[in-house]
Ligand binder design. Sequence first.
Ligand SMILES: [Zn+2]
Length: 276
Amino acid sequence: MRNSAIMTGREPVGLATESRTAKAVESFAVYGRDTGGPFVLVSDHAGQAIPAELGDLGVCATERARHIGWDIGIDGVGRRLADALPAVLIEQVYSRLVIDCNRAPGHPTSIVRESDGTPVPGNQGLCAQDIAWREQVILHPYHDRIRRELSARASRNRPTVVVALHSFTPVMRGKARPWHAGVLHNKDSRLAHIMLDLLRHEGLTVGDNEPYALTDTSDYTIPVHGEQRALPYIELEIRQDLIAQPEGQAAWAERLARLLPQAWRAFCDRYGEDTP
Ligand SMILES: [Zn+2]
């Protein structure tokens, strides 16, 4: 049955109340807690689950565990960061191979037929109904949850910074990537530039819109939840070999828990917290 309840087999720790009491497991998980800070953390590619209806998409476990299936290590960074700030983290629990939650519905790479040389047989020849089902059970509930979080804050005039967490593979198409991390930005670069300086001050090699540039078409989460709402935001990419293990995840969470509030203070000093 295609419209049966989605089971992920994952029991997130530190759930917000609504998720703890929810009967059916949602396509998103919520971690951390809101203690009055400005940050809302979102993680589009943190999950590896596949809905039971779709089997394994015809992709073996080894391939699914590669960067094509999820953002390696970002779950450990995000959850530790949510605890340390503290802040709410909304995480997608399904693999990006099922549907990419950082792409607009209908985008050519929303449901990939091939990724970094690996074919995805379960994504071949999908009909409109198949695609709509994935959007309805995975993409939309996740983004609706982010929307609810941000709307609730807006209704209370809470200053809000959207922080999108990602990780990138150290080697792509045979080419090594030199950056430890990247800060991505598009129309509003103010907070990105502050964060870029802070990260570089740590002695890190940090990409400015590298390894990817943030655009309205290649991205979805920040254009919709950050830029359309005129909220300050940071889209961060961390190189996967640095956060593949718990030690690296803890070190990056500690670093970000220290630098994000610094960046926000600098932003407020410069622009005031009521901006745009
Ligand atoms: Zn990602």
